[in-house]
Design a protein around this ligand. Structure first.
Ligand SMILES: [Zn+2]
Ligand SMILES: [Zn+2]
Length: 652
């Protein structure tokens, strides 16, 4: 017998060779139907994998990424099987699972496969799934595997296997289908009940544009039809909220082929929206003792060699701008940190001067392949809400608490209430992989853990995920559609202070290294605005909305009164406009609701005579007639509530 530690931490004895599926069945029949993969001492395996020794296990279901990966990976095999049967002679390349489904890259070898064929492929997949073929893992010597694919004429798989270091290669078989694969997989194909192919695209073999172009088919699958239906509704809603579409409709930003792809330009409404975000953060940062700095968009190559960014981003990432006359070489800056380090160095620092907090909305440039570009979320030039804190090791905890406070003020103002916190620490078994002393790492990690504890936050701690230069804390926001976005990273850095030889004089009159913290609550203004658009479906919080109110006249003859109302609102800094078009009032209300303007103020005979306005709130309907003063006070209060936080700034 062996001792198995179950997910609820209880320990139970099982015969040697017991499988995850058998353990799940032993716990409950219901669980056995819902579980897709098992982890044995931290490693994920097939449910049918025999466990031979004492172990700690976890059972993964649809609710776990590991469970969904096993499900979708199995679905990729099923799709490949369907494709092979419908299009004989095609060559399979690679077919992984992703966080949102799966895809398979194939060489169609003359077959013409298009989206029109999707229903037929889906039908075939379900037909094959119903055969309830077991996924069987098989180990094969490398030479035999190569031989197998040589005979088949699949040069792609041969190339892959040749690069494997292991002498045994694993295959997964089901029915008459087999594929080179590491697994894990579902016990059998019948788990897959609903399938939808999503799109088809070209993809270069191994991502190399000099090599053969393949056909990539994306799909998603589910254990229940209902889950697929719900997912498709979510995708439709996501398409409706797509920031590229709404950004155009709401006149926020634009792209021009002539300017270059991946280089967004902000239209007046978008620029003002961004300005409001920036001013809001600047105000908060002022309260928290940050100082503004400004640095140029380019820097000498030497600067980035010192910082290590040259090595990381390389020449292909941000091409040099040559100035041959002086023999200098300049580069577009991929990061603001090196400049801020040099600003820190511009004068001697004492322990009493610390912390120094430099903030800059700094625009940076990074080369992205054109295929990777996407609206505002993947661009080639973007502005970070960057800041660098230079502090003493004993100040780390307090600085972390302050940055967390700032992040919460922002989340409050922008109505993000659903988020997770991830803390990335080093792998204590492999200390040699990290720069900085053991003592400093301990200090920094404890500072982060204590700061989150003091703030009463529940954090997920991941060991071994820290960057080589320091631990970090990330905020993962769940948006209105349940999608996760990483916003707000707080990163400790021991590397740059070393590389730039940063110092301060301690109380002991000796030279010491400051610790550096990088932080950017929004990440980048571009990406953040994209997330905001998709999260709110363009219905920004009142304080941020491009227009807060629109004055709608019942007929053109009330223009004079409309202008009077507008002037009144402008005096209260309420952003409003007049819709005095010669249209029916119902049409005007609808049009302005489409523009997602929060307040619609209708004026006609009655309002003009009484000096009032008739108020409608987007999404809430009629609010009745109001005095202008009352409306202005209501809007001012709402804005104030959104932009002030209960967090009291602590400045030193
Ligand atoms: Zn596989
Ligand atoms: Zn930085």
């Amino acid at each position: 017998m062996i001792r198995i530690t179950l997910p609820d931490r209880s320990v139970k004895e099982y015969p040697e060779g017991v499988t995850g599926l058998e353990i799940a069945k032993n716990i409950s029949e219901k669980l056995a139907k819902e579980v897709y993969a098992v982890s044995v001492n931290g490693q994920v395996y097939d449910l049918t994998f025999p466990i031979e020794k004492d172990a700690e296990i976890k059972l993964y279901t649809w609710d776990d990424a590991e469970g969904r990966h096993a499900f979708w990976h199995s679905s990729a095999h099923l799709m490949a099987e369907a494709l092979e049967s419908l299009y004989p002679g095609i060559k399979l390349c690679i077919g992984p699972s992703t966080d949102n489904g799966f895809y398979y890259d194939i060489d169609p070898c003359g077959h013409n496969i298009s989206e029109k064929d999707f229903p037929e492929i889906e039908r075939k997949m379900i037909e094959l799934a119903r055969q309830k073929n077991r996924f069987i893992r098989k180990e094969v010597p490398k030479e035999e595997a190569i031989d197998h694919y040589r005979k088949e004429g699949n040069e792609y798989k041969v190339e892959l296997i040749n690069e494997f270091e292991d002498e045994t290669i694993t295959f997964y078989l089901h029915g008459n289908f087999s594929d080179l694969c590491r697994g894990p997989h579902l016990p059998d194909t019948s788990y897959i009940k609903a399938v939808r192919l999503l799109n088809i695209a070209g993809a270069y073999w191994r991502g190399d544009e000099n090599r053969k172009q393949l056909t990539r088919i994306y799909g998603i699958s589910f254990p229940k039809q209902k889950l697929l239906d719900r997912h498709m509704e979510m995708l439709e809603e996501a398409a409706r909220r797509d920031h590229r579409r709404l950004g155009k409709e709401l006149e926020l930003f634009t792209f021009s082929r002539k300017v270059g792809s991946g280089l967004p330009m902000w239209l007046p409404k978008g620029a003002r929206l961004r300005e409001r975000l920036e001013n809001f953060l600047k105000k908060v940062q002022d309260d928290y003792g940050y100082d503004p700095v400004l640095s140029p968009h380019i820097g000498q190559k030497e600067l980035y060699i010192t910082s290590g960014h040259y090595e990381k981003y390389g020449e292909s990432s941000f091409r040099p701008i040559n100035t041959p006359a002086e023999g200098e070489e300049f580069m577009l800056k991929p990061m603001n940190c090196p400049h801020h380090c040099e600003i820190y160095k511009s004068s001697p620092r004492s322990y009493k001067d610390l912390p120094v907090r430099y903030a800059e909305f700094g625009t940076v440039y990074r080369y992205e392949q054109s295929g990777e570009l996407h609206g505002l979320t993947r661009v080639r030039g973007f502005t970070q809400d960057d800041a660098h804190i230079f502090c003493r090791p004993d100040q780390l905890k307090e600085e972390f608490i302050k940055v967390i406070d700032i992040v919460f003020i922002i989340f409050n103002a922008l109505e993000f209430s659903d988020f997770e916190i991830h803390i990335s620490l080093r792998d204590k078994e492999e200390k040699e992989n990290y720069i900085g002393t053991d003592e400093n790492w301990e200090k920094a990690e404890n500072a982060i853990l204590e700061a989150t504890r003091e703030k009463g936050l529940d954090a997920k701690i991941v060991y071994g995920e820290a960057a080589f230069y320091g631990p970090k804390l990330d905020f993962m926001v769940n948006d209105a559609l349940g999608r996760k976005w990483q916003l707000g990273t707080i990163q400790v850095d021991y590397n740059l202070p070393e590389r730039f030889d940063l110092e301060y004089t301690g109380a002991d009159n000796e030279k010491h290294r400051p610790v550096m913290i990088h932080r950017a609550p929004f990440g980048s203004m571009e990406r953040f605005v994209a997330v905001m658009i998709e999260h709110t479906a363009g219905r920004f919080p009142l304080w941020l909305a491009p227009e807060q109110a629109v004055i709608i006249t019942v007929s053109e003859k009330f223009e004079f009164y409309a202008k009077k109302v507008l002037k009144f609102l402008n005096n209260y800094d309420i952003r409003a406009l007049v819709d005095n078009r010669n249209e029916k009032v119902g049409r005007k209300i609808r049009d302005n609701e489409m523009k997602r303007i929060p307040y619609l103020l209708v004026i006609g005979e009655k309002e003009a005579e009484s000096g009032k306005i008739s108020v409608r709130r987007q999404g809430e309907g009629d609010k009745g007639s109001m005095e202008l003063e009352d409306f202005a006070a209501m809007v001012t209060n709402e804005v104030k509530k959104q932009t002030t936080s209960t967090n009291k700034p602590i400045v030193n």
